[in-house]
Write a protein that binds this ligand. Structure first.
Ligand code: 5GP
Length: 175
């Protein structure tokens, strides 16, 4: 168990299981992208460890770039929208694999997906380490999912609580 500020977190997915699942996902990507050269688009900060471990097991040629999303923007009329920041590469005509830590409501990836599409990439696939089906509000096509989990707050292996806890090899859940 670890305690961060006032909260206790207990193990949910251990490091060995995470690594084994990532190797399976990488194998699938290697097969499905054979003969292609995808651009991995890593959503910071939470996906940094997942992206690093996944990339180590990719044998196809690939490039890697990083983006951030702003906190929710927009007015009452436009609704809330997350904006992409920091993407410098041209993505037109590229096969993109977006790498995310967790899909909760799906709103973040929905916004990212729509903004990437405006630049006319050849294809956009999504790889997420974690997915909470019970929390989903925006329909979204997830091509590579590490683990489906319950609708509870998790941290570790890149995911934080109040900035802390990203640096654990395991994923933990709020007790
Ligand atoms: P969504 O837009 O899908 O609701 O949320 C996605 C983002 O919310 C993730 O990239 C992550 O930053 C954050 N998030 C959602 N659920 C959790 C969780 O259980 N733990 C942590 N640490 N972050 C979460």
């Amino acid at each position: 168990m670890i305690t961060i500020r006032d909260k206790n977190f207990v193990p949910l997915i251990e490091a060995d299981a995470i690594q084994a699942r990532i190797q399976e996902l990488a194998k699938q990507i290697n097969q499905e992208y054979a003969g292609k050269q995808p651009l991995l688009v890593v959503v910071l900060n939470g996906a940094f460890l997942f992206a690093a471990d996944l990339a180590k097991h990719l044998t196809i040629p690939c490039e890697i770039t990083f983006l951030r999303v702003s906190s929710y923007k927009g007015t009452e009329s436009t609704g809330q929208l997350k904006e992409i920041l920091g993407l410098t590469e041209s993505i037109t005509g590229r096969d993109l694999i977006v790498i995310e830590d967790i899909v909760d409501t799906g709103k973040t990836l929905h916004d990212i997906y729509n903004q990437l599409q405006t630049h006319n990439p050849t294809s956009v696939a999504i790889a997420t380490l974690l997915y909470k089906p019970a929390a989903l509000q925006e329909p979204i096509d997830l091509h590579y999912v590490g683990f489906e989990i319950e609708n509870k707050f998790v941290l570790g292996y890149g995911l934080d609580y109040d900035g802390l806890g990203r640096n654990t090899p395991d994923i933990l859940v709020l007790e």
